[in-house]
Design a protein around this ligand. Structure first.
Ligand code: PBG
Length: 326
């Protein structure tokens, strides 16, 4: 035998020479849930180790993450039910605590990169990503609301906007609104191939944002479809998206791969709440070794072709890297 693949696995040193995929802390984006108020750090029951933070408690957490090499955070607001309405007015209100938090974070840590969420659901009394009328989600009528939200977030200092709503045409609409207002440098990470998935459960618990009626299948993609992701990607790219995201990640590695092969802009993948929760739960039961399974999970997403990964494990992964455990 001239070729023995096992020779490249014979020792840790050689295995590292042969290693094809690496994940650095700065390739992970850490999702954080924000709550209005003071001195709040409330654990999300279905996503242990993750919290709804008030800004005062969040600041030291962000600082700790920055020290670990995490550069980017995606923020989601948990909005009080009394502030929600059908048209998501609070999403761009001057006194919005989420916008205030973005501003404070950017002032306190100018080097940190802040990504936002652009969608109506955290602010909508219907719990949908778009405007609801007679049980239907209206597409074109939602776009101006998303644009107002985008401008407000850009004004607050956001670096990257993350439209997670799946309305048609929203990337171009937002890009135009941003540019007209002088925000040509604000990036858009489009939730390009976002599937109507059962894996968003813990996230909706964290934000109390589950739809009040119906489901999201008229705007989020059918899990059975792959080629359709290329249509979404083509549109988002031509409308000015800077990153194309696939969400969820693990059950959609083939989608990450196909976007990576067909588009030259960075591909992002969202390792969503339910994917993380199932690993945490299995580890709690003693059925899986968390410290081994978690990096393996993230590696599969990176290997599939994601340049950046949004994951609730960002901090733990960065700590393990620092401690030489990976
Ligand atoms: C909604 C939104 C969702 C997530 C991010 N933005 C849930 C949904 O579409 O209902 C899910 C993220 C996660 O599960 O971690 N705009």
């Amino acid at each position: 035998m001239y070729i023995r693949p096992r020779r490249n696995r014979k020792s840790a040193a050689v295995r590292l020479h042969a290693q094809e995929t690496h994940i650095q802390a700065n390739q992970l984006i850490y999702p954080l849930f924000l709550y209005d108020g003071k001195n709040i750090q409330q654990e999300v029951a279905s996503l242990p180790g993750n919290y709804r933070w008030s800004l005062d408690r969040l600041l030291p957490e962000v600082e700790a993450c920055l020290k670990l090499g995490i550069t980017t955070f995606v923020l989601f607001p948990a909005v009080d039910e009394s502030l929600k309405d059908q048209v998501a007015t609070y999403s761009y209100a001057d006194e919005n605590f989420y916008l205030h938090a973005i501003r404070t974070l950017k002032e306190t840590f100018p080097e940190c990169c802040i990504m936002t969420d652009v969608a109506m659901d955290p602010y909508s009394s219907d719990g949908h990503d778009g405007l609801v009328k007679d049980g239907k989600i209206l597409n074109d009528e939602t776009l101006p609301i998303l644009a107002k939200m985008s401008i407000a977030q850009a004004q607050a200092g956001a670096d990257i906007l993350g439209p997670s709503d799946m309305m048609d045409g929203r990337i171009g609409y937002m890009r135009e609104a941003l540019d007209e207002n002088g925000f040509t440098d604000v990036s858009i990470m489009s939730y390009t191939a976002k599937y109507a998935s059962a894996f968003y459960g813990p996230f909706r618990d964290a934000l109390d944002s589950a739809p009040k009626a119906g489901d999201k299948k008229t705007y989020q993609m059918n899990p059975a479809n792959k080629r359709e992701a290329l249509i979404e990607a083509e549109l988002d790219w031509s409308e000015g998206a800077d990153y194309l995201m696939v969400k969820p990640a693990l059950p959609y590695l083939d989608i990450i791969h196909i976007l990576n092969q067909n588009f030259d802009t960075p591909i992002a993948a969202y390792n969503v709440s339910g994917e993380c929760a199932m690993l945490i739960a299995a580890a709690q039961k003693g059925w899986l070794d968390f410290d081994k399974a978690m990096p393996e999970m993230l590696m599969s997403i990176k290997r599939a072709g994601a340049s950046v990964i949004l994951t609730y494990f960002a901090k733990q992964y960065a700590q393990m890297l620092r401690d030489g455990k990976i």
